[in-house]
Design a protein around this ligand. Structure first.
Ligand SMILES: *Cc1c(COP(=O)(O)O)cnc(C)c1O
Length: 360
């Protein structure tokens, strides 16, 4: 099908401001992994997340990988994550040989806190918990923090989808030893590709920054006491990120309106504080969901099922799991709806026609 009149799930919302920011960064000569735009982007991300430090890196996955490196994750660790998430939440832990344990969702899609308690009690070795702010709704930070403290587990927040969201009065990404944002092309703001680590720990921030730049020591020659990575965010991309941050309040308003528009027509929950990155609906049955997916597909509109739970992924067949029912039901009945910031009246009209034709 042609892309000309395709409505995408969550395409980038960029324009003249981003183009001008890239041109300015380019003309300044900082066509490099570091520069004034990266520094400024980090300052603004720290402010947005309410944390002392931000380290801008090449992707959300790279940010998670640096944190796994920071805590020395290996086969002596169990990494506990919600089952209903994108594979990148646990990919870096898997690569390091950690045992994985998956936990079911609560009614809003976050990690179920009572099952998390059970997982912390029953899994072996050192433990790291990584919660997910699913579709831009913050996990129950306070309850998870308390549980991790009680069990001596490290806590990290995968807030990749939640830039601009709130947990009570606090920003998304304000929980745990560190949190992660993503600026991939489909996220609520983008640098085309990018991510960040947010933390209050100067030590974590400094080590992550150093390791993201090949762990060079401060010498005139290349001196290495450890082996790092090349994960730094390009200064050119940070320039796009700065222009996107300026737009974030407007983007949040538009996405909220879109979610409310859907909520009048479909069972779309509107949890407090969510950034409405994606509007998601829970239909009555798998059949009703599949029918709607088909209507969208026929109208050249992109919509998708939820993340397929990780405990159902063939690659993680051996992992422990604590509860599966809620996540599986969400996977069967859930639909991610077109949520792009730039959707026009015409686009909404086309979407509405698909909803009108819906059965059951
Ligand atoms: C997008 C996403 C990531 C990974 O971010 P990238 O920037 O694409 O590497 C990690 N976790 C979740 C929950 C995500 O949605």
């Amino acid at each position: 099908m042609s892309n000309t009149n395709r409505i995408f799930l969550s395409p980038p919302y960029t324009g003249e401001a981003e183009r001008a920011a890239v041109a300015a960064a380019f003309d300044s000569g900082y066509v490099a992994p570091c520069g004034p735009q990266t520094d400024e982007f980090e300052r603004r991300l720290a402010e947005l997340s309410g944390r002392r430090y931000a380290v801008a890196v090449s992707s959300g996955t790279a940010a998670i990988d640096l944190l796994m490196d920071e805590f020395g994750i290996d086969s002596s660790w169990t990494v506990i994550a919600p089952t209903l998430t994108f594979i990148a939440t646990v990919g870096p832990a898997w690569h390091r040989g950690a045992k994985l344990a998956f936990v079911d969702s609560d009614a809003t899609g976050g990690i179920d806190v009572s099952l998390l308690g059970e997982a912390l009690g029953k899994t072996p070795g050192k433990k790291l918990v990584i919660s997910v702010d699913l579709y831009g709704n913050c996990a129950d930070y306070d309850a998870i923090t308390a549980l991790c403290r009680r069990h001596g587990a490290v806590y990290i927040s995968d807030s990749a989808e939640a830039v601009g969201a709130k947990y009570g009065g606090r920003p998304a990404g304000s929980a745990g030893a560190a949190a992660v944002y993503s600026f991939n092309g489909n996220k609520i703001i983008t640098t085309s590709g990018g991510g960040a680590i947010l933390t209050d720990s100067r030590a974590i921030a400094e080590r992550a920054r150093k390791r993201s730049q090949q762990s060079r020591e401060k010498r005139i020659w290349y001196e290495h006491r450890e082996v790092g990575y090349n994960y730094r965010l390009s200064n050119i991309l940070a320039a796009i990120g700065l222009a996107q941050l300026d737009r974030l309040p407007e983007i949040l308003k538009i996405r909220a309106k879109t979610a409310e528009w859907y909520a009048k027509r479909l069972p779309v929950p509107l949890p407090a504080g969510g950034n409405r990155w994606l509007s998601v609906a829970f239909l009555d049955s798998r059949r009703a969901r599949d029918t709607l997916l088909k209507r969208f597909a026929e109208a050249n509109i992109e919509a998708r099922p939820f993340w397929k739970p990780l405990h159902l992924q063939p690659v993680f067949a051996g992992a422990a799991s604590f509860g599966t029912e809620v996540a599986e039901s969400m996977f069967e009945r859930g639909i991610c709806l077109p949520s792009g910031t730039g959707m026009t009246q015409d686009d909404f009209g086309r979407i509405e026609r698909c909803l009108g034709e819906r059965e059951g």
